[in-house]
Design a protein. Structure first.
Length: 205
């Protein structure tokens, strides 16, 4: 259950967003063996508070973003503290840093390389490298490589300053490919209140 998302947008070149919500979690006992302490505790669901925040700076030629998810660490426990272990399950913050720059190859074609760094403790830091070629503000093609995980190809069309559609194909190359394989994704976007596309990152990034 999400409550009270909010964002602040300044002069079409800076975006600050803060979202906070309550989320519910519960246990499903179908086809599993459950510790009797958990089963009889009467504590089979919980409600937690969480928050996400992000800052996004952009112009016609660059963008930079910094965001964090699960800012408020929460303990994951369904035994009402009857079970104590040395390792306590809990949510941890997810940190994302992203940046990109637009190089004009000609009056009609632009190259847009970008980089995203993801950090989730205690996992190792992961980088994602992206590249995009754009023809005017009409259509674009791109590719992406996620460190030790997957690569992707994509294409998109800007139908107007408000409406766009894109398609991507993602192929997993890590050991997870036994379970996840490849994915196809179609995205349809509509921008509300954007009558002037010159300052909209949607048409650039």
């Amino acid at each position: 259950m999400h409550l009270l998302p909010s964002s602040i947008h300044f002069r079409y070149d800076r975006l600050l967003a803060i979202k906070y919500w309550l989320y519910a979690s519960k246990l499903d006992f179908n086809n599993i063996t459950v510790d009797p302490v958990v089963y009889t505790s009467g504590y089979l669901s919980s409600m937690k508070f969480d928050m996400t925040a992000g800052l996004y700076l952009y112009s016609q030629n660059y963008f930079f973003g910094l965001s964090a998810q699960q800012i408020v660490p929460s303990r994951i426990d369904f035994s009402n503290n009857y079970i104590t272990t040395s390792e306590t399950g809990k949510t941890v913050p997810h940190i994302f840093v992203t940046a990109g720059y637009r190089f004009r190859l000609s009056e009609e074609i632009s190259a847009l390389p970008s980089l995203m760094i993801k950090y989730i403790t205690p996992a190792i830091m992961q980088a994602e490298v992206n590249g995009k070629l754009q023809f005017r503000n009409l259509f674009w093609i791109g590719s992406s490589y996620r460190q030790n995980d997957s690569f992707a190809g994509m294409i998109g069309f800007n139908i107007s300053s408000k409406f766009n559609i894109s398609y991507s194909y993602d192929h997993t190359i890590s050991t997870l490919n036994t379970y996840s394989g490849s994915t196809h994704e179609v995205v349809v976007g509509y921008s509300i209140g954007n009558s002037n596309n010159t300052g909209c990152p949607l048409n650039l990034w």
